[in-house]
Design a protein around this ligand. Structure first.
Ligand code: SF4
Length: 378
């Protein structure tokens, strides 16, 4: 469902003429009419499946609902239970995850599935404390699962909820310092019952009505009690400290194309950025990268051609630019230690992160293959 569609279907909420603190009952009544239909959600009145709730919450970290839906569907189809996910090869999990980003999530998700099988008899624990002890489950995710899957009185605060709460109470402190106050205020809203629905209602309100820009306050069930709306400056909340962005790092990527239609790749170390994912060989990515000597670090000696432009990518902590070098080599060339050749037709089966997909697009493998064929036929 699109945001515009969601809003268009809704009628302005009748002002109730009341003031005082926001009431959970008003939000739950709105949720009963306007809840988003999402593939991981239980139907009204049905019990949620903890496995599907957990899977969706891990995928939704730093990622939009729209991007997550096809991945969730693929994972839930391939691995209908936590046991089947735990029994899978990690390479398959990473391959299915490729393109969703933040790959540590996929590795931790797989570890978590195994921990649920080995340490909890295949059932997710119900409390926030036990959930937070599992791999890849932080405070927010633990609270979300406890509330949504088990109806525990947990306060799950993500960016959407932070926005709603800071507006409702006109919280003047800047993020991230305001987080403890937001948690306390959010706790005052929590109902005695339907805490899972309440958590999802807060998420839906933040995602569809109380949006970062141009919130649709006229459709909001809390419009009469919202302090930011009363002041006429909802968009001014949450207050945010200015972010320091990381320095630009640069490097070079080397795409080696073998005459028999194979590309040289390697697997990144398991720990750290893009851990366990597939990549073409690259130099170090550094602030003081020296483009003039980059080819000296190529994985093998060849006639290197520089592809036009650069590949740009933004990681959470730094932006990156990669120069792409392409070389075609004879079919008899062996892969250097720590690398392997993969047939072009099988590249789709590799766990390439988005950055590497951009590198391969820039390298234009078809053009390189055709150029080599032409050179050998003339
Ligand atoms: Fe957000 Fe407006 Fe509702 Fe306040 S009234 S919570 S600003 S949508």
């Amino acid at each position: 469902m699109t945001l515009a569609g969601n809003r268009l279907r809704q009628k302005p909420v009748e002002p109730a003429g009341k003031t005082g603190p926001p009431r959970a009952a008003d939000l739950l009544a709105w949720y009963d009419r306007h809840r988003r239909s999402l593939p991981w959600r239980a139907a009204p009145g049905e019990k949620a499946d903890p496995y599907r709730v957990w899977l969706s919450e891990i995928m939704l970290q730093q990622t939009t609902v729209k991007a997550v839906v096809p991945y969730f569907t693929r994972f839930a189809t391939r691995f209908p239970t936590v046991g089947e996910l735990a029994a899978a090869e990690r390479s398959e999990v990473l391959r299915l995850w490729a393109g969703l980003g933040y790959y540590a999530r996929a590795r931790n998700m797989h570890e978590c599935a195994k921990a649920v099988i080995e340490g909890h008899g295949g059932r997710f624990p119900e409390t926030e404390t036990e959930l937070a002890a599992l791999p890849g489950i932080g405070a927010y995710t633990a609270a979300a699962i406890a509330a949504i899957a088990f109806d525990r009185p947990a306060v799950a605060i993500d960016g959407n909820v932070e926005r709603v709460v800071t507006r409702l109470f006109a919280v003047e402190d800047e993020l991230p310092a305001a987080k403890p106050a937001i948690k306390r205020l959010a706790g005052t809203l929590l109902p005695q019952q339907r805490t899972g629905d309440f958590a999802q209602a807060m998420m839906d309100l933040g995602a569809t009505i109380c949006t970062p820009k141009r919130p649709a306050c006229v459709l909001c069930p809390w419009q009469q009690t919202c302090a930011a709306r009363a002041r006429g400056n909802a968009e001014g909340f949450p207050r945010k400290a200015r972010k320091k962005s990381g320095e630009l790092r640069r490097g070079a990527a080397f795409v080696v194309l073998r005459a028999d239609g194979h590309v040289l790749v390697r697997t990144r170390a398991n720990a750290g950025l893009l851990g366990g994912m597939t990549e073409v060989p690259t130099t170090e990515w550094s602030v003081d990268f020296d483009a003039a000597t980059a080819v000296d670090q190529a994985p093998l000696a060849a006639e290197w051609r520089k592809a036009p432009g650069v590949v740009s990518h933004i990681f959470t902590h730094f932006p990156l630019e990669l120069i792409v070098y392409v070389a075609t080599v004879a079919a008899r060339i062996n892969a250097p230690r720590g690398t392997r050749f993969v047939a072009i037709a099988e590249l789709d089966g590799e766990a390439f992160p988005n950055l590497m997909r951009k590198v391969l697009t820039r390298a234009d493998l078809n053009r390189a293959m055709n150029a080599r064929r032409r050179a050998h036929s003339s």
